[in-house]
Each structure stands twice: as structure tokens, then as C-alpha cells.
Design a protein around this ligand. Structure first.
Ligand code: CP
Ligand code: NVA
Length: 308
């Protein structure tokens, strides 16, 4: 059976930790040619800096080649069915990374492709980013200690928040989410996590969420596709900025994460994101290494338990 990465809750705990450990090994400078002669197609219906560059560089470092296909420059943007696109690309390439709006389109792409499909962000989820975030947490606290962490999510219950919930389901850490009423995470994602006993809490109180946290993390108030709501969201989220006062409520050794791009003075104060507790550039770098691990596993057939 081919291996896709569409959501994090599809991973077993061993696979999840195996990806983080393989990412750590690949970060140490090794470039095994796991993707020798392979091509990755990268489909983008939304903007990107990190995802685009980290997947392209990562493929190259593992001996493969990546092709960038922006929706607006391809037949995808003119309405060619996802199922046809999936079948055609499967005749040319060895893997597909896709960034788009609907999670259902990524699922349909995976169902109709005979090659692995990797989710590079949808409106619902952003699994590769949370893998990089947890790799960064592992560097700080140890991969074996991840299940003991308390992670505080502040702000919008968006694609990032949903993927944090999916990760909490698998790795069993405590996740405390603070968001304004009406901006909670996806109900289905939350219900599935709670049904499995995940230690995930939602509150409207930012200070309650960050109290004693080992990791404080946030994201933009208006995600891609929500530009028209930006003004209304600024009003709704004004009490949800991560400031030094907020960070003081967390553990003394707490770290701050943000997937970037960030808006200083909105979701995070400049002195936090540019301060000593911030790990945002390690986090961005780890996209490269953990995605190499994902591609090695999905496309290169590298067994995670042996490889790490
Ligand atoms: N964090 C992230 O996914 O960044 P890009 O939108 O630049 O790819
Ligand atoms: N929530 C943000 C993440 C960007 C990497 C968005 O979807 O735009």
C-alpha cells in the first residue's frame, strides 16, 4: 500500500517519532540518496515561501528533482478534475506535494494517484508544519519527553490548531487552546481527539492556556483565503496577542513557536518573536529536514524504525 501524509492522526506513534528521529539524523548533514532519480510534483493553489523552498531543496538533497506547478499557470486552475490530474501526474512523477483550500481535494488526489501524496497545507490542516514544530520541541526537550509536554496554542482555531490536535491524539502531550468564541478549532477534529481520550482543552482565557506551558505557539489571525475577514478578525483577536507578560505565565524555560509568516504587533509582540525564547527560525529550518524524512518514508520506502 502506498504511503500518503494527509493528516497526522493517520500516523502511529512509532511512525510519528520515527519521522522526527529521521529528521534529526538528516539534519546532521547526511544526504543519503533516498530519492535518486525520483521527481516530486509540487502543486500550489496558495502562496508559499517555506513549503516551496524546503520541499524543493529537500528533494534535491536526497538525489531527486522537484517541479513547481502553480494552479493559476496550469490546467488545475482552469478546472481540470482533481482525479484526472492525479492519474496524469502519477504517470510522470514519484510523489505529489499539494497546497490547496479543501482537504477533500487532497483526499481525492491521494485516492486517484498511484504515487504518494503529501499535504502541504489545506484550510483544515498543516501536518508538515506540526512535524517541524514537534521536531523543534524534540531538540529542546528531547523526543522521548514530548508526551510530558504542555503546549499552549493561542489565537485562531485554524489549520495549525487542528493539526496540533491531531498530533496530541498520537503523541499524548497536553494541548491547551485559547481562542475567542466563534474561532474554535474544527468540531470534528476536536471530537475525534476527545473520543480517543486526547488531553486537549479549549478555553477563551489566554492566561489559563499558557499557565505552566512548555511551549507557547500562535499563528496569523487571518489565514490565506480569509483576507476579507482581516478587519473583523483583528477586533475579535485583540486580546490574543502573545506578549512578554503572556510568556511570563509559561514555564521559565518555555519556548515560543510560530509557523511564519508572522505579523509583529498582531498575534505576537516583536520582543517575543525576536527574543531569547523564540525558536521560529529553527522551526522553519526543520521543515526542510522533517520533510526529507517524510519523502524518504513515503517515496523512498525507507522504514522508519530501522532508519532512525
Ligand atoms: N509555514 C509555512 O507553511 O510557510 P509558507 O506559507 O511560506 O510555505
Ligand atoms: N494558518 C496560516 C498558515 C500559513 C503557513 C494559513 O493558512 O494561511
Amino acid at each position: 500500500m502506498k504511503r500518503d501524509l494527509l493528516t497526522l492522526d493517520s500516523l502511529s506513534e512509532a511512525e510519528f517519532l520515527g519521522l522526527l528521529r529521521l529528521g534529526e539524523r538528516l539534519k546532521r548533514g547526511e544526504h543519503p540518496r533516498y530519492l535518486e532519480g525520483q521527481t516530486l510534483a509540487m502543486l500550489f493553489a496558495k502562496a508559499s515561501t517555506r513549503t516551496r523552498v524546503s520541499f524543493e531543496v529537500g528533494t534535491f538533497q536526497l538525489g531527486g528533482h522537484a517541479i513547481n506547478l502553480a494552479a493559476r499557470d496550469s490546467q488545475i486552475g482552469r478546472g481540470e478534475p482533481v482525479s484526472d490530474t492525479a492519474q496524469v501526474l502519477s504517470r510522470y512523477v514519484n510523489g505529489i506535494m499539494v497546497r490547496t483550500y479543501k482537504q477533500a481535494d487532497v483526499v481525492a488526489l491521494a485516492e486517484n494517484a498511484s504515487v504518494p501524496v503529501i499535504n502541504g497545507l489545506t484550510d483544515l490542516t498543516h501536518p508538515c508544519q506540526i512535524l517541524a514544530d514537534l521536531m523543534t520541541c524534540g531538540e529542546e526537550f528531547g523526543v522521548d519527553a514530548l508526551e510530558n509536554l504542555t503546549i499552549a496554542w493561542v489565537g485562531d482555531g485554524n489549520n495549525m490548531a487542528n493539526s496540533w490536535i491531531n498530533a496530541a491524539r498520537v503523541l499524548k502531550f497536553t494541548l491547551k487552546i485559547a481562542c475567542p468564541t466563534g474561532y474554535e478549532p474544527d468540531e470534528g477534529v476536536l471530537a475525534a481527539a476527545h473520543a480517543e481520550g486526547a488531553d486537549v482543552h479549549v478555553t477563551q482565557n489566554i492566561l489559563d492556556a499558557v499557565a505552566g506551558a512548555d511551549v507557547v505557539t500562535t499563528d496569523v489571525w487571518a489565514s490565506m483565503g480569509q483576507e476579507d475577514e482581516a478587519l473583523a478578525r483583528q477586533a475579535a483577536f485583540e486580546d490574543f496577542q502573545v506578549t512578554t507578560r503572556v510568556m511570563e505565565r509559561a514555564q521559565p524555560g518555555a519556548i515560543f513557536l510560530h509557523c511564519l509568516p508572522a505579523h509583529r504587533g498582531e498575534e505576537v509582540a516583536a520582543d517575543v518573536i525576536d527574543g531569547p525564547q523564540s525558536r521560529v527560525f529553527d522551526e522553519a529550518e526543520n521543515r526542510l529536514h522533517v520533510q526529507k524524512a517524510v519523502m524518504a518514508w513515503c517515496m523512498g520506502g525507507v522504514p522508519l524504525t530501522d532508519a532512525s
